[in-house]
Ligand binder design. Structure first.
Ligand SMILES: Cc1cc2nc3c(=O)[nH]c(=O)nc-3n(C[C@H](O)[C@H](O)[C@H](O)COP(=O)(O)OP(=O)(O)OC[C@H]3O[C@@H](n4cnc5c(N)ncnc54)[C@H](O)[C@@H]3O)c2cc1C
Length: 345
């Protein structure tokens, strides 16, 4: 499939980039590694007049460790660079385990953390060629004027009659970063701002992230206090190879020497239009020792947090059940590591 026509701007600084974004507004689109943007352009999911290629902005690259041990990861840092960083593997293992599951080596060499956090949401009925979508008359996310005048209930093929788009969040790093209480740094011509990652996602398949068209994601910050947590990411996909998640669960735990949980976070992805924290994990695990019943309760809470519909190759029933199974396995794994098992301090 060919690419549509567009112009390309290649700024060298963040200031230059945000100036171009504010001049072009919704007609511009940022491209970093391009592993998501390029196939989407080929399918004509959108046709920006200008691509803002940020790869020459060196200030967006690299991982720095602040005095207290907090991490700043530039938005342009590639997934391969994150995996190769000893500080990530040793202290923020949940992020390493999530990034290791993203696509294959080629995409990880090109794909960036910023691009991964800003991915388009995905749906069986949307991530298709223009011809395919047009022959179905479009959908909520890809409206075609007048196509549904006679049958407006068919506008969403997933939830007929619904007015909300259920295209799912299918990025793997976001749930891991949610369990690490990460914040993102955003720049625009109005200045810079920081936002907790949890507030970045709208849980709306059409309006997925809190990023204005004149804004650039510049970095991710992980606080030092989460470095002592044990964590792991588990992912369901059709092949155990290059594939977006059909369900994903990230877990981090901080357990003291007596085996009592001091902090816990569980986040699920690919089952809602946003990556979401499982509220009960923080509330019910803290102050408790391991027990199979407690772990099963949190696994059931993860099951309830995920609300998958038929947006992917998996059935909703199977994705939800796997959320429960993965949450149980991930919690048991993280608890085992904390109690002096593999990878312990
Ligand atoms: C075959 C295949 C399999 C894949 N499997 C997975 C998978 O298993 N898991 C997964 O998570 N992803 C997967 N991906 C998607 C992709 O490879 C990764 O998510 C990658 O990290 C995207 O980064 P990128 O730099 O290439 O993003 P791009 O394609 O450059 O951009 C993606 C989106 O982010 C925006 N963007 C990028 N950088 C910025 C920024 N700094 N500020 C503001 N907006 C920005 C772009 O405008 C675009 O909307 C797969 C892709 C392919 C082709």
């Amino acid at each position: 499939m060919s690419l549509p026509a567009f112009r390309v701007a290649r700024p060298k600084t963040v200031e230059e980039a945000v100036r171009v974004l504010s001049e072009w507004g919704p007609e511009a689109m940022v491209i970093a590694g391009g592993t998501d943007v390029v196939p989407n352009l080929q399918m004509r999911l959108f046709s920006p007049k200008l691509l803002l290629d940020v790869k020459s902005i060196s200030a967006l690259r690299g991982i720095t460790i602040a005095g207290a041990g907090a991490l700043r990861i530039g938005a342009l840092t590639t997934l391969t660079e994150i995996l190769a960083a000893p500080v990530v593997r040793r202290r923020y293992a949940v992020l390493a385990s999530a990034v290791a599951t993203i696509a294959g080596p080629l995409q990880r060499n090109m794909g960036t953390l910023g691009g991964n956090l800003c991915l388009e949401t995905r749906c069986l009925w949307y991530n298709q060629s223009y011809f395919w979508r047009k022959s179905l008359g479009g959908c909520l996310k890809f409206p075609m004027p007048n196509a549904h005048a006679a049958h407006p209930e068919t506008l969403c093929h997933v939830a007929p009659g619904g007015k909300r788009c259920w295209a799912v969040w299918s990025g793997d790093s976001a749930p891991a970063l949610l369990t690490l209480e990460a914040e993102i740094e955003i720049a625009s011509s109005r200045g810079a701002r920081r936002l907790p990652l949890g507030e970045f996602y709208h849980n709306d398949g059409m309006n997925r992230i809190a990023l204005g068209r004149d804004e650039l994601l510049t970095a991710v910050h992980i606080p030092a206090r989460t470095a002592s947590r044990r964590g792991i990411y588990q992912k369901l996909r059709i092949r155990d190879s290059i594939d977006y998640p059909l369900a994903g669960v990230a877990v981090t735990l901080d357990v003291d020497r007596e085996g009592i949980c001091r902090e816990a976070r569980v986040a699920v992805a690919a089952v809602n239009p946003a990556p979401v924290l499982v509220r009960e994990a923080g509330e019910q695990l803290v102050g408790q020792k391991y027990s199979p019943q407690l772990v099963e309760e949190i696994a059931r809470a993860a099951f309830r947090t995920g609300k998958p519909l038929t947006t992917s190759a998996s059935t909703p029933v199977y994705s939800r059940e796997m959320l429960r199974v993965f949450t149980r396995r991930a919690l048991e794994n993280a608890w085992r590591q904390s109690n002096g098992g593999e990878n312990s301090h």
